[in-house]
Write a protein that binds this ligand. Structure first.
Ligand code: HEM
Length: 415
């Protein structure tokens, strides 16, 4: 190719004693010779296609972040729903965060049960202003607040299709599994998981519940001061308790690895909650920020612990060991059996899917239960007379013995 050029590159990069204008003309001649008409056509084609793809993606993004929410808003308003107006990208997220921070800086008056303004101050105000059925915005997604009867109708209507919101990048970091699936995939996973949550199987987990509760009570008892009192922040205590319970009931003897997963998932949740505002920006979680890198590391560590646990357990079960009646064993047994509880054939889950279900047990089971327990304690502290009645009932039924499942049916106050 060089031979067809009037000058070699050498001569251009090491100019002779030609005057500058002439030298520039020569360089132009070389460049013109390099850019042949075919090359020009190709570069137009490539740049044109790239430009088209970029425009197409930009149009899709604008549709997703502006036109689609606006269309939904019009449709919802046409149904008679009032509420906040959509704001590009963020919706009500910034207000939501600001109002929640303000509300949490105030303490609740004693014996007050009006928790809505404290727990969800913005939603509380929106409902007050726009009525019990109204809309607000989580980023570009409308949230319809409706009365419970309407919600029940939508959720249980077999003819309708209830679509779940999808945040794949977030689910990957936190937990996916059955909670994020729809249709056939959801049915398949539920069929495999159901046996693990049968009452008979849950009863077998009672000793694990008991051990965790006893540990908590003896820790509190040991901390009692000389005056027989001890002030305790029950919220973190119950987080630890529910983390322990899930670790024991999900992984039995591999409780220590389970506890590490709980620790990592708590850090992950805190990191995500602190950045909700940014996470709604498309692609934000893929940016190589320090926090995103840490979240990936956490996820990798959780997944590698789970992969090890699952691999070891599957091998042990293939060698004839029993399920140990923990959630992992029961799930794997049901997965390997190939039929559901009604004897219908089901194809099993992949190892990656089993990992996601394990992550979900932690995520779904710990925070929910610890908040319920914390709130129960707050209410019992507000009403010591009910605390006395509950204590009397439990001691009357079980004495100082371990609590047995069979006695639950006779509880009246605590039920
Ligand atoms: C007080 C405690 C709990 C509350 C209030 C609670 C609440 C909920 C709610 C509202 C959902 C539906 C979420 C949705 O579809 O958007 C759900 C789903 C789920 N929960 Fe819980 N939960 C609690 C405890 C637990 C525990 C202890 C576990 C397991 C260890 C668990 C496992 C699950 C799973 C696997 C799903 C997904 C079910 C499916 O989509 O078919 N939950 N929970």
């Amino acid at each position: 190719m060089h031979s067809s050029l009037p000058y070699s590159f050498n001569r251009i990069s090491h100019p002779t004693n030609l005057p500058p204008i002439k030298r520039e003309r020569e360089r132009d001649m070389v460049l013109t010779a390099l850019i042949s008409p075919a090359l020009v056509q190709w570069s137009f084609l490539v740049c044109g296609s790239l430009g088209f793809v970029l425009l197409w993606q930009a149009a899709k993004l604008i549709d997703r972040l502006w036109w689609h929410p606006r269309r939904l808003e019009r449709a919802l308003r046409a149904e008679g729903l009032r509420g906040t107006s959509y704001r590009f990208l963020v919706g009500d997220v910034i207000d939501y965060e600001r109002r929640s921070k303000e509300a949490r800086s105030r303490s609740m008056p004693l014996r007050c049960h009006n928790i809505a303004p404290l727990v969800a101050p913005l939603l509380h105000d929106i409902v007050r202003e726009h009525g019990k059925a109204c809309i607000c915005w989580f980023g570009p997604y409308p949230k319809v607040i409706s009365d419970p009867e309407q919600t029940k109708e939508v959720m249980s209507n077999k003819f309708g299709h209830f679509e779940k919101l999808k945040f794949p990048a977030l689910s990957r970091l936190l937990a996916g599994g059955v909670a994020t699936y729809e249709g056939e995939q959801w049915v398949k996973h539920r069929r495999i998981l159901n046996p693990a949550f049968h009452l008979e199987k849950l009863k077998l987990m009672m000793p694990a519940f008991s051990t965790c509760c006893q540990e908590l009570v003896s820790r509190w008892t040991q901390s009692l001061g000389s005056d027989g009192t001890y002030e305790v922040d029950v919220c973190p205590e119950f987080q630890r308790l529910t983390g322990d319970v899930i670790s024991r009931t999900a992984f039995g003897s591999n409780y220590a690895e389970g506890a590490r997963i709980f620790q990592l998932q708590s850090e992950q949740t805190a990191r995500i909650l602190a950045r909700v505002k940014k996470i709604i920006i498309p692609g934000y979680l893929s940016l190589p920020t320090r926090n995103n890198r840490r979240m990936s590391e956490i996820n990798n560590e959780i997944e590698s612990i789970l992969l090890n646990l699952i691999g070891e357990r599957m091998q042990a079960m293939q060698e004839g060991e029993n399920t140990k009646n923990d959630l992992l064993g029961l799930m794997l047994e049901s997965n390997m059996r190939g039929t559901d509880e009604n004897g219908q054939c089901i194809s099993g889950m992949t190892i990656d899917e089993v990992v996601e279900e394990c992550k979900l047990f932690y995520f779904a089971g710990t925070e929910t239960t610890s908040i319920l327990l914390t709130w129960t304690m707050v209410i019992l502290s507000m009403h010591p007379e009910w605390q006395d009645r509950a204590r009397e009932e439990v001691l009357g039924l079980f004495g100082k013995n371990k609590i047995e499942y069979e006695g639950f049916g006779r509880l009246k106050t605590c039920r």
